[in-house]
Design a protein around this ligand. Sequence first.
Ligand code: PEP
Ligand code: MG
Length: 589
Amino acid sequence: MTTIAGLPTARGFACGPVFVYRGDGEIPIPEYVVEPGRETDELMRLRRAMMDTRRDLENLIAILRERTGRADVRVFECHLMILEDAALVEEAEGYVTKDRLNAEAAVRKTANAARRQFERMNDPYFRERVRDLDDIERRILKALTGFASSPHLELKTPSIIIADDLTPSETVQLPRELVLGFATNGGSTTSHVALLARALALPAVTGLGDITSRVKPGEFVLLDGTNGAITLNPDRATIRDFSDLVERQIELTENVARGAPAGTLKSGGEVRIFANVHPGVPLAGIREQGARGIGLYRSEYLWLIRGVEPTEEEQFIAYRDAAKFAATLSEGGSITIRVLDIGGDKLVRGISSKEANPFLGNRSIRYLLSHRDVFRTQIRAILRASAYGKILMLYPMVSCVEELRECAVAVAEVKASLEREGIPFDRNIRVGAMIEVPSAALAADDLAKYVNFFSIGTNDLVQYTMAADRGNESVAHLYQPTHPAVLRLMRMTIEAAKRAGIGVSVCGESAADPIVGILWVAMGVEVLSMSSTYIPLISKILARLTREDLKEYAKVPESMPPCSTAAEILAACHKFLVGKIPNLDDILI
Ligand code: PEP
Ligand code: MG
């Protein structure tokens, strides 16, 4: 038996066979001239690969239709059209039958010629088709060479996915019903695959180093996302202990579901706890976990799931349905829809451009302000949906006042056109800025003049303050939410919000950290929004604290000696909470 420690990334436990996902590297292809008389065999090989590709595409379209509940699979339908293009098929077959090229070389030669033609065209629509061509070429070459294809095509039994790393688009394409959990070599607790694992209520461990080379496909393992470990070849006693942990976790969820509303304090009163959601992941579970509303709707997943820009109508339907659902969570249950937060590691083929440093590039609100048509369409869809529920609109990655001024102009223009068309919307829709880069925290007093609330995105705020990539396990030790610099920026933001009389919430995953999340509340944050699987845990801790306790808790970091480190502050916070809740460590299992 071997237990390997990693980063506890998404709580929960799973056991089962592993599926090792090796990702999509460059496909090496052989190029040769087939022997005279073997042309027909080679032609049949090419046709079989095309048929397999068509079948895989049709399956994928069917899966996506079922998953998104709608028929927006245009990108893959476009791939099917390219695959069936008579001229392209004829050209590829000609290379085999006349020039005696092997099938792989024939596909590459055909694709290269078509790529050159598309690239020469002035029409951006056709230039974009180059990417589709790349994709379809890859699929046919995979079918010919047997190169490992995407996991959604290969995964047959419920498994624990083991990978070097997974991108958000790879993760959303996995068949949820067959995924028991994730374990990755790289990644970290706030990487996007981690957040998705939490939203899907799937356990995950990241930062395991070389786990992909230590497991064999199909091997039985235990995955402990709560403590951050994976056990290979577990013995009987370990399997028994593991089952106990699973029971205790289930108990925790059930007790909260039966008890007082989530976030109720021992002294009465409550801290509002909302859920972070990803479109495409069922919402029903967040009610059971106790969410009082949706504090962060990551709209970019509508783009990631489809691989293309959703239309205004598709966005409107998604926002309206989510808003109607949020209204059922509590009285006046609201939803905060964050506009497209694309970029960084959330890349959409054909939409995101190549940048040397995407985390500091044209992402999020910067992207929207430089793609006004995309922004206008989204604002319109959100405003139209605001007639059906209480919607708040949130701008990601704000770094200066100019951006908020431009957002206000864009919103005013769309409102005016909806007025002219007589389309109903909430005229007083509240807008907020995410505070997730240091410049925003430092300029919080100025930004507060343009918005109704701040939502602090600690996932990025910690990353940008510490200059430590949130998804890179080798700098995970520097990713410190309790670093004095981060605490100072948090304090500045909260105080600026109070001075301006606007709301302040935290929607970064630190809200779900039992020690850090409670600290934000103590420092004056009014709403915590988190992956809903964590709501029972945070509620259980809040239920053991009074307002007085929270006031004292806020003073803990301030009372630390000068030059204290993040670890020392965290330890002092932990010690304080254990003083108030002696069985804290049992609750945290
Ligand atoms: C954050 O940065 O804290 C946040 C909530 O946004 P995301 O994790 O989607 O970048
Ligand atoms: Mg962010």
